[in-house]
Design a protein around this ligand. Structure first.
Ligand SMILES: Cc1cc2nc3c(=O)[nH]c(=O)nc-3n(C[C@H](O)[C@H](O)[C@H](O)COP(=O)(O)OP(=O)(O)OC[C@H]3O[C@@H](n4cnc5c(N)ncnc54)[C@H](O)[C@@H]3O)c2cc1C
Length: 317
């Protein structure tokens, strides 16, 4: 009879699902439909393997992080499991370099004090002090660079971004969390077209995702649209133009929403431009990051243009 190990305790799983077993033993696992639809009972397997059926309907990014649905999981062998929020560990990281990417966005490169596993596009929490932390996306790609790369936008009156701009310097030691989030590239469908839309520092995760996809020899279209009021809001422009020159399947379209656009820029709201260029998104994967109004509208409109909800990944911030 397989055992389920949870929180250091071992439970025999005689008949039912992982959810049945744990709740019968008084473990509080959130659940609702109990039939694999609502995904409330999401858990993570930390040791061993769960049957494929326990991942049915999950986004590939969640499956890739060993998440499964406790209500649909009938284990065949011993497994150790945890709730998803069971603590992101903390670690120290040394600031290797700080640079202005434009007047409002600070690039911070960090060297973690120990092995740090992540996927480009996930986020970490940066601690200003014990009680104050904010999330920042990872623009770096583990296989391409040793340092973590953050893009922090200056928020007027912002506690953590204000501190980053005023105080963080090379040589400092900061506290960060392990990486989390499901906004990243999963290899396996190299021919799928991918649309990526960002405003402001929403470019950070997408810069990581694009380079990760290219590294994995993605050969479907990779179309990146970055929106700003004016040309001053863009950053990493040379790097992105160089990537576009080197990879014919990658297209970079900076969009100016206020006023006339000069050569090399599109004119209009980033979402409008992206959808006018790509009206049929059936079968596409979509990544949306940045301003919550843009991201929420884009989620709806890319879905109406044919993208499946399962293929839409979004980080509004
Ligand atoms: C998953 C995730 C990933 C993120 N990745 C990044 C990233 O890569 N780069 C980045 O710059 N930020 C990112 N953010 C946003 C970041 O976590 C902070 O919310 C942001 O830096 C503001 O924090 P603060 O302490 O400076 O401001 P706060 O002290 O929290 O807020 C100060 C004031 O600004 C307002 N405010 C807060 N956030 C914003 C905002 N984003 N825009 C406008 N006004 C705001 C608040 O309502 C408040 O009035 C991410 C957020 C999430 C959830």
């Amino acid at each position: 009879m397989p055992k389920i190990i949870y929180g250091g305790q071992s439970y025999e799983c005689d008949e039912g699902s992982v959810l049945d077993c744990l709740t019968a033993h008084g473990v509080a696992v959130p659940s609702s439909c109990r039939s694999g639809v609502c995904q409330t009972c999401l858990m993570r397997v930390t040791e061993g393997e769960v049957p494929e059926k326990a991942r049915a309907g999950l986004k590939p990014t969640l499956a890739a992080q060993n998440y499964f649905l406790a209500c649909s999981c009938y284990p065949e062998k011993d497994i150790e499991v945890a709730l998803p929020e069971a603590g992101l560990g903390r670690l120290e990281a040394k600031v290797a370099r700080v640079e202005y990417l434009n007047a409002d966005i600070l690039g911070i490169r960090l060297k973690p004090s120990r092995t740090f596993e992540y996927k480009a596009g996930q986020f970490i929490n940066l601690f200003k002090d014990e009680a104050t932390a904010r999330s920042y996306s990872l623009a770096s790609v583990p296989a391409l660079e040793e340092e973590l790369f953050l893009n922090v936008r200056k928020v007027p009156g912002g506690l953590v971004s204000g501190w980053a701009f005023a105080d963080i310097k090379a040589g400092d030691t900061l506290t960060i969390s392990e990486a989390s989030g499901d906004c990243f590239y999963v290899p396996g469908q190299p021919e799928q077209n991918i649309l990526l839309i960002a405003t402001g520092s929403g470019l950070a995760p997408l810069y990581g995702i694009i380079r990760d996809a290219l590294l994995n020899e993605h050969h479907g279209k990779l179309s990146l649209y970055h929106g700003s009021y004016n040309a001053d809001g863009f950053y990493l422009v040379d790097e992105l133009r160089r990537l576009a020159q080197a990879h014919p399947n990658f297209e970079y379209v900076p969009c100016i929403s206020d006023g006339e656009a000069s050569v090399g820029y599109a004119s209009g709201m980033v979402l409008d431009v992206a959808l006018a260029d790509n009206p049929d998104l059936s079968g596409w994967r979509v990544f949306l990051c940045g301003n919550p109004n843009m991201v929420n509208a884009a989620k709806q409109q890319t879905f109406f243009a044919g993208a499946s909800m399962r293929d839409i990944f979004a980080d509004p911030f």
